[in-house]
Design a binder for this molecule. Structure first.
Ligand code: SAM
Length: 303
């Protein structure tokens, strides 16, 4: 029989918002509505062979459900009530990998419209503190609505340039985790790819990379920061591996963490600790994630 190849299609990903519900309750609700639950995916290929009302749990990320590409949820009760968030799998990686402890203090440096912020809030169970910054007032107001719907209460939003946030301020003295998802070329977004490619002149990429490096360097100035996740939806190494490389050279107290050993697409050599994502290899939009951690203090014997 004819089996259509769908490797070029991105499935519909649905993140369960554990601030409002549980994975089990969402699965039960959808089953009662006629959706057919197929268990947890075993292989990446399973994600591209979904049809009709069949759905799976993702194989890499927890609380993530996968449906066929055409499944519409924008008018669904679970979406309107903030029980589910419509978010590409790759964009769920940063908060999941940062994995802040419940009750900890976290910064989301370039936060609007806030899907990663709400994911971070879910990870810390609305306990502790989530400082979120963005330059764009309009995007921040969209973000307030989104966070309200998602039941996020641990956040403090500021319409502020992250580069002007003072790392020495006593407000941030307990911050141990930072998520940095700065403006980028967007060249990994499948829907934008054709439009964007024409605008990708070298000058623009260079300006973005300079801004991204300044932001990444700034995250490492917070006195108690232990881990920083850096992500972009760009496919250009100039905005990805090259930013990380320059930052590590300038900040020898930090090193890369080897992320998800079973993830199929890695950062370009020699930055294979980092992850890349793409439609062909991971069934997502194009994406890049790196995690930096502070090196443990050296003991006397090591000196
Ligand atoms: N993390 C967001 C999410 O998952 O919903 C998406 C962030 S988007 C890729 C980048 C954001 O950075 C934009 O909303 C932009 O307004 C903001 N931004 C750009 N320059 C900034 C700066 N200097 N300080 C703070 N935010 C900035």
């Amino acid at each position: 029989s004819f089996q259509q190849t769908r490797d070029d299609v991105i499935p519909r990903y649905v993140r369960v918002n554990t601030l409002k519900t549980t994975l089990e309750d969402v699965i039960d609700y959808l089953k009662r509505e006629g959706f057919s639950y197929q268990g947890t995916a075993c292989r990446l290929e399973d994600l591209s062979h979904l049809s009709g009302k069949r759905f799976l749990c993702d194989l890499h990320l927890q609380d993530l459900l996968v449906f066929s590409a055409k499944t519409a949820f924008h008018n669904h009760f679970l979406y309107k009530a903030g029980h589910i968030i419509l978010q590409d799998k790759a964009s769920c990686l940063p908060a999941f990998l940062l994995n802040p402890q419940v009750g900890s203090h976290v910064i989301d440096a370039c936060a609007a419209p806030g899907n990663k912020t709400s994911h971070l809030a879910a990870m810390i169970k609305n306990k502790g503190k989530l400082f979120a910054f963005d330059l764009d007032a309009k995007r921040l107001s969209t973000m307030s609505t989104l966070l309200l719907r998602a039941g996020v209460t641990c956040h403090q939003l500021a319409n502020q340039d992250f580069l002007k946030v003072d790392p020495q301020s006593s407000e941030y003295k307990e911050v141990e985790y930072i998520l940095l998802d700065p403006s980028c070329s967007g060249s990994g977004m499948v829907c934008l790819r054709d439009e964007v490619s024409e605008l990708q002149d070298e000058g623009r990429l260079q300006a973005l990379a300079t801004f991204q490096l300044r932001c990444l360097n700034h995250t490492l100035q917070f006195p108690r920061v232990q881990r920083v996740v850096y992500s972009t939806c760009s496919i250009h190494s100039q905005e990805n591996e090259e930013v990380v490389s320059a930052c590590l050279q300038q900040n020898p107290a930090f090193r890369l963490v080897h992320l998800l050993p079973n993830w199929p697409e890695r950062g370009h050599e020699p930055f294979t600790e980092c992850l890349r994502a793409s439609t062909a290899k991971t069934r997502t939009h194009g994406f890049f994630v790196a995690m930096l951690e502070r090196r443990p203090p050296q003991t006397d014997e090591e000196n």
